[in-house]
Each structure stands twice: as C-alpha cells, then as structure tokens.
Design a protein around this ligand. Structure first.
Ligand SMILES: NC(=O)C1=CN([C@@H]2O[C@H](COP(=O)(O)OP(=O)(O)OC[C@H]3O[C@@H](n4cnc5c(N)ncnc54)[C@H](OP(=O)(O)O)[C@@H]3O)[C@@H](O)[C@H]2O)C=CC1
Ligand SMILES: O=CC(=O)O
Length: 324
C-alpha cells in the first residue's frame, strides 16, 4: 500500500522528520526560512496531512487548495491561533498541537525575561559594551525587586501556573485573572483571583499567558496601561496581538508603566528599525520561550505522532478541541 502524502513546511528536528518518514511520503521545505505562500498552496494540493509551524496561516484558502484528501493539520506549537480550527472541523480535518511538553521551558523563559527586565540586565550589558562602566555608582542601573513583589498572571493555564510555581520561590504575592476563577489549581499555588481592574492597580509585574483569540486580541490597550502602576512592568510570552503595541509604546515613552519584556510581538519578526527596539526600557526577544533543544525535539515528535494518527484516521494524541 502506498504511503500517505504529507508536507512539512520547514526544517524540523531530525527525530521528528525521521518518525514521519517511517510512515509517510514526505515533501519538506528543507530550510529555516518560511515556505513562500504560493509554493505552499501548490504543494498542499492532494496531500493527506500537513505538518506546519505557527508562522503559516492555515485558512479556508489553503484548505480549499489542499482538497478533500486532507485529514490532519499538525502544528509544531501549542498555540493554534494561526489555524482556522472551525474551517478544519467543517471539512472533518483533525487539528493537533503540542500542549504540556513546552510548559516548563516556556515558564523558565518568562521568569528569565521578567528578571532581565526588572533588573535591567540587557541595558547593563549594552552599557558595558559602550564603555560606560566607569565606576560603582549607587543608583546606576538600579532596577525593581522581584522578590516580595506582587505579580499578576493573566491566564492561569498550564504556563501561567508554571510561572506561579516559580515565583512562589521569590516570595511573591500572586494574583491572577482568567475567564473564571480556578480554585482547583490556584489554591495550591497560593494565587488569588481578582478582577482585571484590581490586577492592574495592585501588581508590580503583570505576565500574560492566555491564548490569542477574539477575547484576548489587544486585551492590553491604552486604557489598561493607564490603570497600571507607573512602576509596573509588563511581560508578554503569549502572542504579540494580545498587546496593542502602539499603546504599549506610548505607555513606555510617557512613563505610564516602567518597562516591558516581550518574547512575542506584532509583527514577527519585528523590523530592526521598530521604535520599540530603540527603548532602553523594553526588552525584546525573538519568540524563543520554548526554545530548548530537548523541548523543541519533543514538540517535533508530538507533532509527528499527531500527523501520523491523523493520516491513519485514528484519534490524535493531542487534539485541539477549542475553536475560539
Ligand atoms: N512565546 C512562546 O514561545 C510560547 C507562547 N505560548 C503561548 O502561550 C499560550 C498559553 O499556553 P498554555 O498555558 O499551554 O495554554 P492554556 O490553554 O493551558 O492556558 C491559557 C489560559 O488562558 C485562559 N484565557 C483564555 N481567554 C482569556 C482571557 N480573555 N483572559 C484571561 N485568561 C484567558 C484560558 O482559559 P480557557 O481555557 O477557559 O479558555 C486558560 O486558562 C499559547 O496559546 C501560546 O499562544 C506557548 C508556548 C510558547
Ligand atoms: O509560541 C509557541 C507555541 O508553541 O505556541
């Protein structure tokens, strides 16, 4: 029997590719650069399975181009905001993602970014490189304490909880806001549910961990920044569009909040001349929160298993069920 035909849209960890090749006939865009949209639309024609990244838009146009053989879309990410899940459902196409396996690695980075922003670490490194380390000065590069601070977590899901667990070690007071209180997980973390206005008013740090959907698009806008403490720091490792970036820029320039640490932006990549990159109080990383060798390899394998199950018509090990 012939193998199912699948497309892999990028160079991926070797273990993931090898696993897919055991079962499928693979056409791979063997590059670290994105596959051009036109090429992808051509390549998907008649395929049985698609193994994609968060950089590809999986929409009606692409599904139409693929045709009726397509049984599964498997993404090498936990986030699936780039996939029109409802459109896949209408065509009986299964959708898989990689939840859980990247939670701890992503939380590590979120806390690292919070610490780096609070203690002005990138700014201090840049200052040394510019020859500005002339002597020990009492208030030079003085930042904000993380230990003992009040931290607000927006979205107490897998990653939000893993961040809360880490911050308990810093003796932080932890508040959270989510679509509903989550006492089943919050109580053991010592996290207290509050409404958004309370979170904005009381927190020294706010760290964003919801998924991107209609309810979280530009969730943090000019009004939210006005309600935050002037000494507050915003951390975003969720998705760029959860923050209104123009409003964030104004808030940082006008001193409405103290600083921001972003692992995700809108757009990605952020152009090198983007105004946010000129601000010393904004730390920007290139969407690397889950980027450890071990975690990216595990993600590639999970995405492979989702793809294989899908092309074989079996239930996916990690199906996306939500459509919002
Ligand atoms: N920077 C990076 O490299 C990475 C980024 N991510 C991003 O992090 C996101 C979260 O991942 P994960 O923790 O695994 O996902 P989860 O689904 O476990 O957590 C998301 C949480 O946010 C809640 N939520 C949804 N809407 C809102 C809202 N309007 N306000 C507040 N909370 C809300 C969800 O509630 P409910 O379930 O009821 O909807 C859920 O509790 C991913 O979707 C992805 O976008 C993830 C990994 C790496
Ligand atoms: O942003 C990364 C993801 O896995 O989602």
């Amino acid at each position: 029997m012939s193998k199912p035909n699948v497309v892999i849209t990028r160079r991926i960890p070797e273990a993931g590719l090898a696993r897919v090749q055991e079962v499928c006939q693979v056409r791979q865009w063997d590059s670290d650069d994105p596959i051009p949209r036109e090429t992808l639309l051509e390549w998907v024609r008649g395929i049985d399975g698609l193994y994609c990244l968060l950089t590809e838009r999986i929409d009606e146009e692409l599904l139409d181009a693929a045709g009726s053989n397509l049984r599964v879309v498997s993404t090498l990410s936990v986030g699936y905001d780039h996939i029109d899940v409802a459109a896949c459902r209408r065509r009986n196409i299964a959708v898989g993602n990689t939840p859980g396996v990247l939670t701890e690695t992503t939380a590590d980075l979120a806390v690292a970014l919070l610490l780096a922003t609070a203690r002005r670490i990138p700014e201090a490194i840049d200052a040394i490189r510019r020859g500005e380390w002339t002597t020990w000065k009492p208030m030079w590069m003085a930042g904000q304490d993380v230990h003992g601070s009040t931290v607000g977590i927006v979205g107490l899901g897998r990653i939000g909880r893993a961040v809360a667990r880490r911050l308990r070690g810093f003796n932080c007071r932890i508040l959270y806001h989510d679509v509903r209180p989550r006492p089943e997980v919050a109580d053991e973390l010592g996290a207290t549910y509050v409404d958004m206005d309370t979170l904005l008013a009381e927190c020294d740090f706010i760290t964003l961990h919801p998924r991107l959907n209609a309810s979280t698009y530009h969730l943090f806008d000019a009004e939210k920044f006005r309600k935050m403490k002037k000494t507050a720091i915003l951390i975003n490792t969720s998705r760029g569009p959860v923050v209104d970036q123009e409003a964030l820029y104004q808030a940082l320039v006008n001193g409405e909040i103290l600083a921001a640490g972003l692992d995700v932006t809108e757009p990605e990549p952020l152009p090198v001349d983007h105004p946010l990159l000129q601000l010393p109080n904004c730390v920007v990383l290139p969407h690397i929160a889950s980027a450890s060798v071990a975690t990216r390899t595990k993600m590639a394998l999970i995405a492979a298993e989702n793809l294989i199950a899908g092309v074989q018509g079996k239930p996916l090990p990690y199906p996306v069920e939500d459509e919002s």
